[in-house]
Write a protein that binds this ligand. Sequence first.
Ligand SMILES: Cc1cc2nc3c(=O)[nH]c(=O)nc-3n(C[C@H](O)[C@H](O)[C@H](O)COP(=O)(O)OP(=O)(O)OC[C@H]3O[C@@H](n4cnc5c(N)ncnc54)[C@H](O)[C@@H]3O)c2cc1C
Length: 306
Amino acid sequence: MGWSAFPPLPAKTAADKLEQQMMRETYTEFEDIAAKYPESGIAFVPDPENGYVGWPDFRVLPQEEYPKGHENIRLGVSYRCWVLNSPVYLLWLKSRAEGLGVHFVKGQVSRLEDAAAILLPSRGLDGGSSTIVINATGRGLDDPASFPSRGQFVHVANECRETISHHWADGSSTVIIPRPLGGGTIIGGTKEPNDWYFLSTQSQPAFRSAEVSATVTDVVLKRAVELEPGLIQHDVAATSTSGFKILQEYVARRPMRNGGLRLESETGPGKPPIIHCYGAGASGFKISWGVATRVHKFVADLEAKQ
Ligand SMILES: Cc1cc2nc3c(=O)[nH]c(=O)nc-3n(C[C@H](O)[C@H](O)[C@H](O)COP(=O)(O)OP(=O)(O)OC[C@H]3O[C@@H](n4cnc5c(N)ncnc54)[C@H](O)[C@@H]3O)c2cc1C
């Protein structure tokens, strides 16, 4: 995945309210990071969104600011949002963590308890009673409430000054997200819940493969340019008939979970304490610092009891 942006959603349930709170905490942290570390890949841009919800610099757009040909939009709003260049940001974050003494080891586990067995010997440690496992495995291990949501996106060299999120009457969305540090623009995309990893077969015709679809790319780009004709820049040598220079088309899967994020601490006899932190759905970056603060609190509480 190459990007992330920040479109907020309305809070209806207690879980939604917690998510909104964590989004606000993350927003504040990202403001701080963007100001202090421009190399982190985070920047703030305007977001004229045809959606809803108040946020910093929020205003309802007058009809004359709607994209041409879309004067029938039901509501258009604009607010200040962050965008990030996720490969740059994640590498920056990793090196910050290493600077603070975090040690990364890669490995596959089938049981959470085994995580410590992989990590600790590599550091010459035997674990003991102080081990705490943080389960940040995206969809969790064998959680029946978890499922993927496939998304096909396109990364183009064409540039855009602001983030645009448009919700179409047919239920689909178009997002146009500039990537800071000259990273071009991410344009999307699809939301295909419960699309697992195998190829489409006759018995499962609804499932889409991991392959990108040229037809989907074409539709996604045509819709984007309908909303923002300024995306077609004459100094960018087009590689597609829609006038875009395509750098990459890709498919990824969001870690969805019925009931939302699982964020809780679990203790039991004969195994290390586990802090579950997965099922962030399409909001992993948006809520990241709020989630991290709560995980940190769980760790501190467990350590206080040890
Ligand atoms: C198409 C798309 C669009 C998105 N748009 C946005 C957006 O607009 N805004 C936003 O905030 N976020 C967005 N996201 C982010 C995304 O939705 C998630 O919320 C985010 O990636 C969750 O991060 P995570 O670290 O919880 O899980 P993941 O990124 O899934 O990471 C989980 C990690 O656990 C590892 N793992 C899993 N099982 C095991 C195992 N058994 N053993 C060892 N390791 C294991 C995996 O290898 C992986 O490294 C988007 C994602 C996609 C795919």
